[in-house]
Design a protein around this ligand. Structure first.
Ligand SMILES: Nc1ncnc2c1ncn2[C@@H]1O[C@H](COP(=O)(O)OP(=O)(O)O)[C@@H](O)[C@H]1O
Ligand SMILES: [Mg+2]
Length: 144
């Protein structure tokens, strides 16, 4: 049914749960899992060596988030790839979904944003509005 499942992660409980859902579906379908994380664009005006140092720090943080999740999925025998991109998260998710022709996007309803009253965060809203494949939006357990 699904051959490629994209799961979008920040460091939030809802995204954590999205990974669990993607894992279960990938187990059932044999789909490849594509873990995506975007880090903020670093302004060029920072200049060297600050620019390179800041990018390195972001990449390190992104790896520390994504790698343990990838390892966890791989330990289940799943085929996993990771994509770490710079720039606005929704654009990154939509870009990877398009480039890799994914069948499903799994993501959290909310992320790390602070507007607790919002039902959907801005990233999930934008992905839902523009994705050309089905999108599964997962709420963190505490909210249920
Ligand atoms: N930087 C990011 N990289 C990849 N996915 C992200 C990123 N930020 C958010 N997401 C995905 O979007 C979901 C919703 O987050 P978001 O829309 O940013 O909500 P909030 O406004 O509460 O931060 C997250 O659970 C995660 O799945
Ligand atoms: Mg957010």
């Amino acid at each position: 049914m699904f051959q490629k499942i994209l799961v979008a992660v920040d460091d939030s409980p809802a995204a954590r749960r999205a990974v669990t859902c993607a894992r279960k579906m990938a187990k059932l379908t044999g789909a490849q899992v594509i873990l995506v994380h975007a880090y903020p664009k670093i302004p060029d005006y920072l200049g060297e060596p600050n620019l390179s140092q800041t990018i390195a720090r972001h990449l390190e943080r992104a790896e520390a988030l994504v790698q343990p999740l990838a390892d966890e999925l791989k330990a289940e025998g799943l085929d996993v790839i990771t994509e770490i991109l710079e720039g606005p998260p929704a654009d990154a998710i939509l870009r990877v979904a398009d480039a890799r022709d994914v069948d499903l996007i799994v993501m959290g309803a909310r992320g790390l944003g602070s507007v607790a009253s919002l039902l959907l965060g801005s990233v999930s809203q934008k992905v839902l509005a523009h994705a050309t494949c089905p999108v599964m939006v997962v709420r963190e357990e505490a909210e249920l």
